[in-house]
Design a protein around this ligand. Structure first.
Ligand code: SAM
Length: 303
């Protein structure tokens, strides 16, 4: 089923959480000179125009990047993500919002590789076109094109992941961000991670997911905790009380396997601010928990 279009949701509170974490994961990877491979199993279109019919339909960015846009007092790690969005809106008016492939393109270095998968025929074309424009723009400015370092493929990201692991440089950052419109996505994420960890145990794997009433969503994090990764870190952001009809997304989570040690302190610094600025009622909150794999059994610590 391919009815999901990320353009409807671009820049919402869930994108803010996901993309803030993504920026910080790239920053960590960039600390070492050795090249890494960034794999985006569910890439979307790469760039979103917030004044398009799609994005303006529900104006979901008003729950996320919208309220952050004019904030000048945010913690530095959050500002690094907002500055990246600002840089693609040089007029100062919020018109464009970056998808995860664009963020990777901006954060990764010459030596790094981007492997981007998108199954939707239209979005995969738009993604390729957005990267073509980006390369042309860079060439105009005399910057070296990334060329073959970026590979964009119309295909199933779950199936494509395993063939890329382990990566040549033995360093990888993987983002898994499916639509979860079909409940099978939850199972497929877990299975893909299980296989990926078997092939490449030391990769950093980041999974976004919606916290919903459906059983698959409620049990999802607990299932990921039992995967054979050395460590995991789990963060959720709630912006408001769920409506009785269950419509709308109020909470989302990022689950990171093999998280960098730098990430938890950054989350503790930034999440209270996000709750304050994006929270809509008294239910607004965040949770951070982490755990280690101790001889086959996961030991968790919540805080
Ligand atoms: N990661 C993107 C970002 O942060 O900007 C957003 C991705 S969006 C949540 C999920 C995307 O996955 C949609 O564009 C959808 O068409 C695509 N998709 C759905 N099933 C897929 C599959 N099996 N393999 C690759 N892409 C898929």
């Amino acid at each position: 089923m391919l009815s999901y279009r990320h353009a409807f949701h671009a820049g919402n509170h869930a994108d803010v959480l996901k993309h803030f974490v993504q920026v910080q994961l790239h920053k960590y990877m960039n600390q070492k000179d050795t090249a890494y491979t960034y794999i985006d199993t569910h890439s979307g279109a790469g760039v979103y125009a917030l004044d398009s019919d799609y994005a303006s339909k529900n104006a979901e960015y008003a729950t996320g990047i919208g309220p952050l846009w004019d904030c000048r007092d945010m913690p530095e790690p959050l500002a690094e993500y907002v500055d990246l969005v600002r840089a693609m809106n040089p007029s100062g008016k919020l018109r464009y919002y970056p998808g995860s492939p664009y963020i990777a393109e901006q954060m990764a270095r010459e030596q790094d590789r981007l492997r981007l998968f998108e199954l939707h025929p239209t979005d995969s074309k738009v993604l390729a076109e957005n990267f073509r424009k980006l390369e042309a723009h860079k060439a105009e400015q005399g910057q070296r094109a990334r060329g073959r370092r970026v590979m964009i493929e119309r295909g199933d990201g779950f199936l494509s992941l395993k063939a890329l692991l382990p990566p040549p440089s033995r360093r990888a950052l993987v983002l898994i961000d499916p639509p979860y419109e079909v409940k099978d996505d939850y199972r497929r994420v877990k299975d893909a991670l299980d296989e990926a960890l078997g092939r490449f145990p030391s990769g950093i794997y980041a999974v976004w997911y919606p916290v919903l009433q459906r059983m698959e969503s409620r049990q999802f994090a607990d299932k990921l905790k039992r995967l054979p990764a050395k460590e995991w870190l789990h963060v959720t952001l709630t912006i408001s009380t769920p409506t009785p009809d269950g419509v709308g997304l109020h909470t989302s989570g990022m689950f990171i396997l093999n998280p960098p040690y730098t990430l938890e302190p950054l989350l503790r610094q930034v999440m209270p601010y996000l709750v304050r600025v994006l929270g809509k009622d008294a239910a607004a909150t965040f949770h951070i928990e982490k755990g280690t794999q101790v001889t086959g059994a996961a030991a968790a610590r919540t805080g």
